[in-house]
Design a protein around this ligand. Structure first.
Ligand code: SF4
Length: 340
C-alpha cells in the first residue's frame, strides 16, 4: 500500500502567560491510502491535537508546531500558505468533529450548507449543487432528503446532524478523512449506525480514515491499525489484531482490561488504571507512565524508552521489552488482577 500521510517527530506546544504545555512530544506515524488508522488514548493524550495539526486547525494564538514534518501526498503541510491549505481542506482532507453543531452553521439550511461546499470546491452552479446535495443526503441514509435540505441544524436529531456533517466531509471524495470522536455525542444505537455508514462509504470511495477515539469497541470494529497515545507520545502501535491479541505496553493492556467483553464472566471485575496522566506543562523525565505503572523499574524514572519492534507491524516503547529487563508478563498479571 502506498503512503498517503507521513508525520515525523511532531512537537506541538500551547503557550499562555505563565504556562507552556508540550501537548505532542515527538509523534511519528504514517497512513496508507485506503486504510483506517485509529488513534486511541485518554483525554489529554494529544490525539486530537495531532489530528488538528494535520489540518492546521490549532488555535492561531498560543499554539505552535515547534518541530516536525507532516507530508500529505508528499507535500509539506506545516509550511503551506493559507491559500494552499484551502485547496486541500475539504477537497483532499475532510474532517468530522465530535459535536456536529460546531461544524454546522445554525443560521443556514443544511441543504444550502452542503451545496455551498460544492460551489466553492467544484465550481458548479448553486442549482446543480443543490441537486447533488439531495443525492448526498440520500447516500448518508436520511429519509426524505428534499424535506431535510430545507431544515436548519437545530431541527434535526443528533444522529441526523452527524450524517449531514459526514455528507459535507465526503462531498469532494477526499483522500483522507479525519474523524475526531465522531460518535461520542450519540446514543449507542445511532453510534453503530453512523460507524456502519462511515465504513460503507470508506470502502466505496477507498479513502483513508484517521479515527480518533477513546472507545476500543469502535477501534476493534473499524480500524486496520492502531496508535496508542499517552502523554503526547505514541507508546504502542500495531495492526488491530496485534493490539487486541498481543499488546505489550502496560498502558495498552490497562486500557484493554478496563473495557467489558461479551464473552467475559460477568462476575469478573474490570480493572482501572490508577492515577492520572502527568502534567504536560512540566518537563517529563523517563517514561511518562512510570508513576502509574506497576512494573516501573529504576531505569523507567531516568530514561524514556525508545520504540522496540515486536514484529514487522508492531512496536512498543517500554523497558520491559529490553532483553536486560526482568521477565514479567503483564498480560497474565493484569488478567489475574481482573479475576481477583
Ligand atoms: Fe512501565 Fe517502565 Fe514500561 Fe514505562 S517503561 S511502561 S514505567 S515498565
Amino acid at each position: 500500500m502506498s503512503c498517503l500521510l507521513e508525520v515525523k517527530d511532531l512537537h506541538v506546544h500551547f503557550e499562555s502567560k505563565n504556562r507552556s504545555v508540550h501537548a505532542v512530544r515527538g509523534v511519528s506515524f504514517h497512513v496508507n491510502k485506503g486504510e483506517v488508522l485509529a488513534i486511541v488514548g485518554e483525554s489529554g493524550s494529544g490525539k486530537s491535537v495531532t489530528a488538528k495539526s494535520i489540518m492546521k486547525l490549532l488555535p492561531p494564538k498560543g499554539s505552535s508546531v515547534k518541530k516536525g514534518s507532516i507530508l500529505f501526498n508528499e507535500n509539506e503541510i506545516t509550511t503551506m500558505s493559507k491559500k494552499e491549505l484551502a485547496q486541500i481542506r475539504g477537497s483532499k482532507i475532510g474532517m468530522i468533529f465530535q459535536d456536529p453543531m460546531t461544524s454546522l452553521n445554525p443560521t443556514m439550511k443544511v441543504g444550502d450548507q452542503i451545496a455551498e461546499v460544492l460551489v466553492v470546491h467544484k465550481g458548479i452552479t448553486m442549482k446543480e449543487a443543490r441537486k447533488q446535495a439531495i443525492e448526498l443526503i440520500q447516500l448518508v441514509r436520511i429519509p426524505n432528503a428534499v424535506h431535510c435540505c430545507n431544515k436548519y441544524p437545530h431541527q434535526l436529531s443528533g444522529g441526523m446532524r452527524q450524517r449531514i456533517v459526514i455528507a459535507m466531509a465526503i462531498i469532494c471524495e477526499p483522500d483522507l478523512l479525519i474523524a475526531d470522536e465522531p460518535t461520542t455525542a450519540l446514543d449507542v444505537t445511532i453510534q453503530a449506525q453512523i460507524l456502519d455508514l462511515l465504513k460503507e462509504i470508506q470502502e466505496k470511495m477507498g479513502m483513508a480514515i484517521i479515527l480518533i477515539t477513546h472507545d476500543l469497541g469502535v477501534v476493534a470494529k473499524f480500524a486496520d491499525r492502531v496508535n496508542v497515545m499517552y502523554a503526547g507520545k505514541i507508546v504502542e502501535n500495531g495492526t488491530t489484531e496485534d493490539i487486541f491479541n498481543n499488546a505489550k505496553h502496560p498502558y495498552t493492556l490497562g486500557l484493554l482490561h478496563s473495557v467489558p467483553k461479551l464473552d467475559q464472566d460477568q462476575t469478573q471485575r474490570l480493572t482501572s488504571i490508577d492515577g492520572t496522566p502527568p502534567d504536560l506543562a512540566t518537563s517529563i523525565k523517563g517514561c511518562a507512565f512510570a508513576a502509574r505503572c506497576q512494573y516501573a523499574m529504576d531505569v523507567c524514572d531516568e530514561y524514556d524508552p525508545e520504540a522496540s519492534p515486536l514484529s514487522k507491524t508492531q512496536a512498543a516503547n517500554c523497558w520491559l521489552l529490553d532483553k536486560r529487563a526482568p521477565r514479567v508478563d503483564p498480560t497474565v498479571e493484569l488478567h489475574d488482577a481482573s479475576n481477583g
